[in-house]
Ligand binder design. Structure first.
Ligand code: GH3
Ligand code: MG
Ligand code: MG
Ligand code: MG
Length: 313
């Protein structure tokens, strides 16, 4: 899943770095007029450590400061903030072209000269805040889309797309590390009869409950329970040998039984049951994830043939 997103401060947080105390006070007052929070730094070193600690939304940076100057500060801030760039606006008495060029080349997004025109400063900061906020909204929307694209909407477990992707990924990882990879396929018994008897809605509800059992049985963060197709589920179990996979299969089998969902038309017993196929291998270059799936599929078929409500390997 995608990494944690740093959040936008509310109210927005502005870092003001300037070695001139009067200047910091003036900027603070202008920012507070617009409802922003302000944190001050009186030199370059403090600016960088405060930046790292509080991750402000915008930085207002003086160019000439003792020890570490504003240009260097700006470059370091860009490096620290990574792809999620924190906008830096330089406020400086330097008006020559070299200084302006230098500021933009180290990543400043805006540049205003002293003496400060307060109304202009406030409008510029307001626009930067709007941009940061928009970027954050896009990031959140993108994050949500990624999540939705990997999830089965009915059962809330991973969908087939995510299953395929994760199986490839873990196959490669287990191949590199020469560790066992297990796969469970799980199919609801006589589910067509269940739908015919109780209706499609009840069928959907049954699928949700079975998915929950499978989710609970796949205990480790690296296990991936997924909806493989209609009424078939799968569990990918990295770094798990056959014995470990059988324990999970048994958990699912008894978990579903314990749901005690009535199924009077079932050929097995009077509640909903599942059949499971378990396969396991240490990946090698002459085998493939498809073979692991085929083996689980064959085992599942055998479990059905032997009378259902069981697992086979
Ligand atoms: P077996 O014990 O051999 O697995 O028999 P079965 O009836 O479960 O197998 P079959 O493959 O013949 O039937 C699967 C049924 O699953 C048919 C289909 O209507 C139902 N099904 C598939 N997806 C859904 C779904 O999303 N919701 C509901 N309610 N039913 C579904
Ligand atoms: Mg200065
Ligand atoms: Mg089926
Ligand atoms: Mg079935």
């Amino acid at each position: 899943m995608p990494e944690m997103m740093p959040s936008f401060h509310n109210p927005p947080l502005i870092l003001v770095a300037d070695d001139d105390k009067t200047m910091r006070l003036g900027v603070r007052q202008a920012m507070e007029q617009d409802g922003y929070q302000v944190i001050e730094a009186h030199d370059g070193n403090t600016c960088l450590s405060v930046f790292e600690r509080v991750r402000p939304d915008v930085v207002l940076l003086d160019a000439i400061m003792p020890a570490i100057d504003g240009f260097t500060c700006c470059r370091r801030i860009q490096e620290m903030s990574g792809i999620r760039r924190t906008p830096v606006l330089m406020i400086t008495g330097l008006e020559d072209q070299d200084s302006v060029d230098k500021a933009f080349s180290v990543g400043a997004v805006d540049y205003i000269t002293k003496p400060i025109h307060w109304a202009v400063l406030r409008q510029r900061v307001k626009r930067l805040i709007q941009q940061v906020r928009l970027y954050q909204q896009l990031e959140t929307a993108n994050h949500e889309l990624q999540r939705l694209a990997a999830i089965d909407s009915l059962t809330q477990v991973a969908n087939r797309r995510r299953f395929d992707e994760y199986l490839q990924q873990e196959w490669q990882r287990m191949l590199r590390e020469q560790l066992p990879l297990s796969l469970i396929l799980c199919d609801i018994d006589c589910f067509k009869l269940y739908n015919d008897t109780y209706g499609h809605q009840a069928g959907d509800d049954c699928l949700r409950q079975v998915a929950q059992v499978i989710q609970n049985a796949a205990k480790r963060a690296i296990d991936l329970p997924a909806r493989y197709g209609g009424e078939e589920f799968a569990v990918i179990l990295p770094n798990t040998d056959q014995e470990g996979a059988i324990l999970v299969a048994q958990d699912i089998q008894t978990g579903v039984k314990n749901l005690q969902i009535s199924h009077t038309a079932s050929k097995v017993c009077d509640t909903v049951t599942v059949s499971l196929g378990v396969s396991n291998t240490i990946p090698s270059v002459i085998t493939s994830p498809e073979l692991l799936i085929n083996a689980a599929d064959k085992a599942l078929y055998q479990a059905k043939a032997e009378g259902r409500d069981r697992y086979c390997t």
